[in-house]
Design a protein around this ligand. Structure first.
Ligand code: 5GP
Length: 118
């Protein structure tokens, strides 16, 4: 149901070290890792370590730490992948396409004329 956090989700397991990930950034509050089904090369997911189901229930103090990391990694991805642009995606609830119920931001490098993979 909405607005509840179930720690038995795949990103909760990644944060607890119960399943592996390809880590690209970590600090006290934040973890970033490669998406296993990238929509374009360099597709990264950024998650707060604090439990939030999605943006709708997140504490603004969590967001205030998370968003500078999203910006930093978006800039780094643009340089590393020589991207023309960066798409940021963040989905809330199944009706919007959310499938993993721990808050996350997608960072996806984009190149002119190259649509995202499904
Ligand atoms: P959502 O649709 O909830 O915004 O996106 C969830 C994302 O998590 C998808 O892009 C999916 O490919 C990714 N994902 C699902 N399971 C795993 C996993 O076990 N490891 C990693 N690194 N990404 C995952």
């Amino acid at each position: 149901s909405d607005a509840s956090y179930d720690s038995n989700n795949i990103f909760g397991k990644i944060l607890r070290g119960e399943i592996p990930c390809h880590r690209v950034y970590e600090d006290d509050d934040t973890l970033a890792f490669m998406d296993v089904m990238p929509q374009a090369p360099g597709h990264v997911l950024v998650v707060p370590k604090a439990p939030s189901r999605n943006l709708l229930d997140a504490d603004p103090t969590v967001l205030s730490k998370l968003m500078p990391v999203v910006q930093k990694l978006a800039r780094a991805a643009k340089d590393a992948f020589e991207a023309d642009g960066i798409t940021i995606i963040q989905l809330n609830e199944p009706a919007a396409g959310q499938t993993v119920f721990h808050l996350h931001f997608h960072i996806i490098p984009r190149h002119e004329g190259q649509p995202l993979k499904a």
